[in-house]
Design a protein around this ligand. Structure first.
Ligand code: TRP
Ligand code: SF4
Length: 329
């Protein structure tokens, strides 16, 4: 079976943007691929090194988010990055042949540096996080990496690392492919380009029905629609973009009626709430099951053990290829 590796930084709850961008693909592909899900706690420190005290709770939360969308812990290994030492070992080795320029010109690094105000003053770890992410992906010799579109340039670095390693030392790694979902990104509730925790414009997988209702009812629509028979422009409406993402069977009809002024925004929003509730309802139920005491810890323990074993297999191949396997076992 081919392998998937993907995952998240534990920085807070996951939202519908993560769901359409990557989580749906994880759930869909878990039976076709041997799947590893990384909870990238060390990567969180690339921007948040001053506040490690939030990690235990955030690690638990992001694990629950993954389980709640239907990842089956019997099939999938969910593990904690810092508990797999082989990832740190590979990071050091890879960092020897990735140039600083390659990292500085990486589009994701540039964008994120801008967001954090790091342009002229970034840490070694922040600049190098694509290298560490290459180690996240390659420690288990993954073939496929389902991610949102903003992560594609980072996956590109891991493709480079795999190719370069193989060229330098011999064939060890597959060149992993990024897999972007059809809905590349989800617009925020406020109409901003992206649903993002820092912008506070998200519907979280863990939101209650009441929270979802409130958020959707107050989302921005087409400002030209004051009365319900005003002609609408769905292409500029946030709710419409969600109809496209989550309600494929009705979206054409809604578009026509919006343009013709025969559906009001309130009715349209109410329909959207129902559709999103059909997605979030089962997610909430699964979350509840996994919230039983000790369950998340056990799942992470088992997943991390599986990851370490795979990491050690990879390290043996790496040491062999690099002639640094000094002691015969
Ligand atoms: N960088 C990813 C994010 O911010 C999280 C991540 C860490 C990841 N390691 C990974 C994603 C390996 C895919 C593969 O969302
Ligand atoms: Fe948006 Fe629906 Fe209102 Fe049209 S009817 S503007 S798609 S909320």
């Amino acid at each position: 079976m081919k392998r998937i590796l993907t995952g998240d930084r534990p920085t807070g709850p996951l939202h519908l943007g993560h769901y359409v961008g990557s989580l749906m693909n994880r759930a869909r592909l878990q039976s076709e691929y041997e799947t590893f899900i990384i909870v990238a706690d060390v990567q969180t420190l690339s921007t948040n090194f001053a506040h490690p005290e939030h990690l235990p709770e955030d690690v638990r939360r992001v694990t629950l988010d993954n389980l709640s969308v239907g990842l089956d812990p019997g099939k999938v290994s969910i593990f904690i990055q810092s508990m797999v030492p082989q990832i740190a070992e590979l990071t050091v080795i890879f960092s020897m042949f990735v140039t600083v320029n390659r990292l500085r010109h990486n589009p994701t690094i540039k964008t994120e540096a801008g967001q954090h105000g790091f342009e002229d003053n970034m840490t070694y770890g922040f600049l190098g996080y694509p290298v560490s992410q290459a180690a996240d992906i390659l420690f288990c010799r993954a073939d496929l990496v389902p991610v949102g579109e903003d992560q594609m340039p980072v996956v590109e670095v891991s493709r480079f690392v795999a190719r370069r390693f193989n060229e330098l030392y011999g064939e060890v790694f597959p060149e992993p492919e990024g897999l972007m979902s059809e809905t590349a990104r989800l617009i925020g509730l406020d109409g901003q380009a992206k649903m993002s925790k820092s912008l506070g414009n998200c519907i979280y997988l863990s939101d209650t029905s009441e929270e979802v209702r409130k958020k959707l009812m107050s989302a921005v629509t087409d400002p030209a629609r004051i009365r319900k028979d005003d002609l609408g422009h769905p292409e500029i409406c946030t709710i419409f973009s969600y109809q496209k993402a989550f309600n494929p069977t009705e979206v054409c009809d809604i578009e026509e009626r919006c343009r013709a002024g025969t559906i009001g925004c309130v009715a349209c929003k109410k329909r959207m709430i129902e559709v999103i509730e059909t997605i979030l309802g089962p997610i909430r139920e699964r979350r509840l099951q996994f919230e039983a005491p000790g369950m998340v810890e056990e799942i992470l323990r088992t997943g991390t053990e599986a990851a370490r074993q795979e990491g050690e297999r990879t390290m043996e191949m790496v040491r062999e290829a690099m002639h640094i396997s000094y002691f015969q076992r």
